[in-house]
Design a protein around this ligand. Structure first.
Ligand SMILES: Nc1ncnc2c1ncn2[C@@H]1O[C@H](COP(=O)(O)OP(=O)(O)OP(=O)(O)O)[C@@H](O)[C@H]1O
Ligand SMILES: Cc1ncsc1CCO
Ligand SMILES: [Mg+2]
Length: 245
């Protein structure tokens, strides 16, 4: 069933080629842009305050990842979220490492008041936010995704647990961050009511491609390249299986 959901969303991405504007950390820029291209989306990464609102307005989703912050990037994040909200574009938050510094946690909590469509973090990050994932989702009208050896998705009412992926995914920096960008592409092709399914479909796709890549790669270096290939293969085979209507 998640397989069908994934396939349907991959087809929509192939058809629509959504633009995803990414305000993300300096560690994962290239992997993130490449993952989006591999899945069929179109990335942009500028954080210049003079253009970030326009880039966001011309995108179908906005990714905000707070992995490396500075004052200019924080200004860009505020402007981009404002633009996303004015233009009815979903914005997706990756609250990287908020369990490591109280100032960063407080900043993430301020951002969450602006009601991201999706919050995706690992277990430590989500638990640092202080409420269980269901309450967090309900209180902020967001989808919450908690990733790790198993993934959990909730909108505050529904929930889905996914047993996909491979340990090698945690041995390459930024698979989570780039994965949140992939979830943004899945949300870009659905309306708000579809975001729960989009996140489940996106995590299923990511997990399965991680499993496929792990079968071929002998270690983290090859895995990082192979997971890009596998996302591309998955998106291509999904579009050739599309029924003729
Ligand atoms: N041990 C594991 N087994 C299976 N899948 C895993 C495992 N660890 C991580 N994953 C998968 O890897 C992806 C990234 O999740 P993870 O929770 O590691 O992100 P993260 O900690 O935010 O990573 P990063 O900050 O490096 O980007 C998720 O899709 C998750 O399902
Ligand atoms: C290692 C690291 N530090 C800040 S962001 C980042 C990438 C993985 O989250
Ligand atoms: Mg992370």
């Amino acid at each position: 069933m998640n397989e069908d959901l994934a396939s349907r969303h991959l087809n929509l991405i192939q058809d629509q080629r959504p633009a995803v504007h990414c305000l993300t950390n300096t560690v994962v820029q290239s992997l993130t842009a490449n993952m989006l291209l591999a899945v069929g989306a179109i990335p942009s990464m500028s954080s210049d305050i003079s253009e970030v609102a326009d880039f966001t307005a011309r995108s179908q989703a906005l990714l905000v990842n707070i992995g490396t912050l500075d004052p200019l990037r924080k200004n860009a994040i505020q402007a981009a979220i404002t633009s996303a909200q004015e233009n009815n574009i979903p914005w997706i938050l990756d609250p990287v490492l908020i369990d490591r510094a109280p100032v960063r946690l407080a900043y993430a909590q301020e951002l969450i008041k602006r009601e991201p469509a999706v919050i995706r973090g690992n277990a430590g990050e989500i638990s640092a936010l202080g409420s269980d994932p269901k309450s967090l989702a309900r209180d902020n009208r967001s989808i919450v995704a908690v990733t790790g050896a198993t993934d959990f998705v909730t909108d505050g009412n529904r929930e889905s647990t996914l047993h996909v992926g491979h340990e090698l995914m945690s041995r390459v920096t930024g698979i989570g961050c780039a994965g949140t960008a992939v979830l943004s592409a899945f949300c870009a092709v659905t309306d708000t009511a579809g975001h729960f399914d989009a996140v489940v479909a996106g995590l299923h796709t990511l997990g399965k491609t991680g499993e496929n890549a792990a079968r071929k790669a002998s270690g983290p270096g090859a895995f990082a390249a192979t997971i890009l290939d596998e996302i591309y293969f998955t998106s291509q085979s999904s579009s050739t299986e599309r029924p003729l209507t």
